[in-house]
Design a protein around this ligand. Structure first.
Ligand SMILES: [Zn+2]
Length: 130
C-alpha cells in the first residue's frame, strides 16, 4: 500500500520525526491528498513539514546543492522545474490554510535547526483540536 508513493523513511525524515516526537508534537504520515505530499503533517497545528534534499530541491548557498559538470543545461532545467514545483505546491498548501515549513537535509542533524523548526510550528499557538 505504501509502495506507490516513492522513497519514504529516509534517514533525514526519520531524524526530523524523532525530534518532533521527542518535543511532544504529534503528526501524521503519508497524507496523500495534500499537494506535494508533505513528509510530516501536523493537523493540530495546521502545519506541514517538507524534509528537502539539498541537491534536488536546491538549498540556496548549501555546499550540497552542486551542479554536475556533465550536461549542466540538463541539470539546470531539471532543478528549475523542481524549485518551481515546490513553490506551486507550497502556495497551494498555504491557500488551503496550511503553514508550510521546510527543513533541509543538511539541517536534520543540527539541533539548533530542529529546535527552530519545533518553535516555528508551535509559534502560531493556534492548536485546532486534537
Ligand atoms: Zn543544505
Amino acid at each position: 500500500m505504501m509502495a506507490a508513493i516513492g522513497p519514504r523513511n529516509t534517514v533525514p525524515e526519520l531524524a526530523v520525526r524523532r525530534y518532533l516526537h521527542g518535543a511532544g508534537l504529534r503528526f501524521r504520515l503519508y497524507v496523500r491528498d495534500l499537494p506535494g505530499r508533505p513528509d510530516i503533517v501536523l493537523p493540530a497545528y495546521k502545519a506541514v513539514v517538507f524534509v528537502h534534499g539539498c541537491f534536488w530541491h536546491r538549498h540556496c548557498g548549501c555546499r550540497f546543492a552542486t551542479t554536475p559538470a556533465r550536461r549542466p543545461e540538463f541539470w539546470q532545467t531539471k532543478f528549475l522545474a523542481n524549485v518551481a514545483r515546490d513553490r506551486r505546491q507550497h502556495m497551494a498548501l498555504e491557500q488551503a490554510g496550511w503553514r508550510v515549513f521546510v527543513i533541509w537535509e543538511c539541517e536534520t542533524t543540527d539541533e539548533t535547526a530542529l529546535d527552530a523548526l519545533v518553535w516555528a510550528i508551535l509559534a502560531s499557538g493556534s492548536r485546532v483540536g486534537s
